[in-house]
Design a protein around this ligand. Sequence first.
Ligand SMILES: [Cu+2]
Length: 507
Amino acid sequence: MSVIWTRRGALQAFAAGAGALATPLSLRAQSRASVDLVLRITALPVSLQMRAGQETRGLRYTGEVLQGRHDAFRNVPGNLGPTLELWRGERVRIQVVNRTSEPTVVHWHGMIVPSAADGHPHQAVASGDSYTIAFTVQNPAGTYLYHPHPHGLTGAQTYRGLAGLLIVRDPAERAFGLPPRENELALVLQDRRFTSENQLVFKRSMMDAMNGVLGDTVLVNGVADAAFKVAPRAYRLRIANVSNARIYKLAWSDDRPLRVIGTDGGLFSGSEGIQERPYVTLFPFQRVELLEDFGARRDGAEIALLSRAFAELGGMGGMMGGDMMGSRMMRGTMGPGQGEALQLARFTVSPGARTRVEALHLPPDAPLPRAGRHELHTQLAFQHMRGFLNGRSFDVEDPTAVAQDERLPARQVSVWTFANDGPGMAMPHPMHVHGVQFRILERRGGDAPADLRDGLVDMGWHDTVGIFPGERVRIALEPKLPGLFMYHCHNLEHEDGGMMRNCVFEG
Ligand SMILES: [Cu+2]
């Protein structure tokens, strides 16, 4: 007997169970052979309009629905993969087709998926090949990503256009008082450098390999000079930093504070509430969700989302003076620097009737692990153009190698300390752990820079945490699925430079 799993059925199951896997066991057993969605994602070369003038050559993901909901993919205008929208509890099968000229593999960033589906570099397939993975969507509603993860090629492939948003939705969100779908905007931020013929400029100097590749043009959803017309209403803004190395200091041009309602792993709980920040510090591959009331501005108002200037953070810029002078000097000789002021997107408020902004009713608190019996400690270092985690780099000869201090139990809370105090060059490192969402317990030592500190959003659930030079950050994590996963710096040039290791969740 086959069970037909309709959206309506899923909604009822959620209403009754309020959990990710509310399907009764018997039903799950009966329907094991079937899936809700069968998708195909193809990575391929493209040539398209990314800014005024000539077309730009790059790469891109395309998406097709082979079976199930036809609204699973939403196309994005520029050089960015389609947005994949999944419902919590859906069982998904995805065929990944590699039509690029290099090996590649897709990682489902922030998603709790089995090790076999995670997109580890050793799972990369050659040009012309394909592979298929399957998972059940366990994550809470939130803003996640998919992007390539072949060792040594992640930076170049992502830079050339292989990346996309993955939005998880949950019927339970309807009770939260969030803006409706038509008042929701996703903004994927990527900085790029172009030649005068509009071609992408990737790594071209030692500086790029050390600091990570930075651009002077910010693409939003794959296009330059992004502009949006918005209604005078409250919007849910999902902002994802999908830049190889750039840290953004997000702010509104009219200096209104940012109202943060969620992070990498979804929405805040009721007691965390709305967090107001004068600006938000967003490291590579972190996401943040904002509740922005454009109705608080006058009709026709023009405002911009900016990245404000901040001082260089160690690295080569820091060595050359660590000030704006040094940064400007570098720009002239070596390309754009970290911490430069940039305009990201413009918003024009359409005239119209203001509606009262609904009060938010965020979900109850998720249990917050504060301590774990198992402790891990990893020292971060960047030296001689390579990244190190406890003195080790990713081992290309033995890509599934795991050391004793990289093993932790599944289904138990562990506390993992990342200490950015290793030998070599002092620089910030956004650390990412696959297969989990974690809590940030504390930051100690090496104060976060004064001009970025107030923009840190450390509450909520995260899969990537920015760690400043000299800092020790402790996180608590409770892996749900056992198996081989990874942890690494998400500055893509650091990751490709070996600052990546395996970890095993045992159980
Ligand atoms: Cu790094």
